[in-house]
Design a binder for this molecule. Sequence first.
Ligand SMILES: Nc1ncnc2c1ncn2[C@@H]1O[C@H](COP(=O)(O)OP(=O)(O)OP(=O)(O)O)[C@@H](O)[C@H]1O
Ligand SMILES: [Mg+2]
Length: 245
Amino acid sequence: MLEVKDLWKRFKIPKKGIVEAVKGASFTVTPGRIFGLLGPNGAGKTTTLRTIATIFSPSKGDILYKGKSIFDDKLAHRKRLGFISGNTGVYDRLYPEEVATYFGRLNLVEDHLIKSRFKEIVEMLNMGDILKSRCGKLSTGEKQKVSIARMLINDPEILILDEPTNGLDVISSRTIVNFIKESKGKGKTLVLSTHILSEAEYLCDDVGIMHKGEMLYSGDLKELRSSYKDIPLESVFFKLVGEEI
Ligand SMILES: Nc1ncnc2c1ncn2[C@@H]1O[C@H](COP(=O)(O)OP(=O)(O)OP(=O)(O)O)[C@@H](O)[C@H]1O
Ligand SMILES: [Mg+2]
């Protein structure tokens, strides 16, 4: 279980002053359930996800995994974690399998495991037809699949996905959405952000709705929907966020 407790993140920008990107967010991500962060641009979603990945340290508050602060041993936390965003790097000159192998070896995954995992990933993400192209020649969606392969080669317990289907066509999006569902079945701890409310509705068990750094709701998506008499999630979203605009 991953617990975000009263998380604050403040950036100091020279000449501009202080940006309060996250103001007291609290939520729990339960293994085998998908947690989705929703919110308009600048709400603080990416900042929250980057802090869960220990790329940022909190200004205040803490994040616990299995009851212990992830900041006590960042290296151990990073080993069990996979993080992707729209701009996760793939090396243009390498082939997809070389990217996965490189990252697997960096994480000391044995070669026979890299091979068997890569085979599984290729099937799951339907990547067979891009294996003979260098990454630099791939489309956005194809590169995103390589990023996911790079992440999955380490078989991480925790998956952090920042807008994983951003910019992808419906077919690639569906492949990635299916992979997320499959990971849920494997008991992974999954937290993602998305702007696509239909995707959130289909995927998420729990949601956190953020606006201007504040968490307006966090918890069970069905409970949220029923407390608004099951109106569409988009309308719930506008009601929650609209009150703040
Ligand atoms: N590294 C940084 N340095 C300074 N300010 C930052 C930094 N990262 C984010 N911010 C600011 O923090 C706020 C929240 O940004 P964040 O990227 O977390 O939003 P978001 O919810 O992911 O938005 P989007 O939907 O556009 O991706 C914004 O005002 C942004 O300008
Ligand atoms: Mg973002």
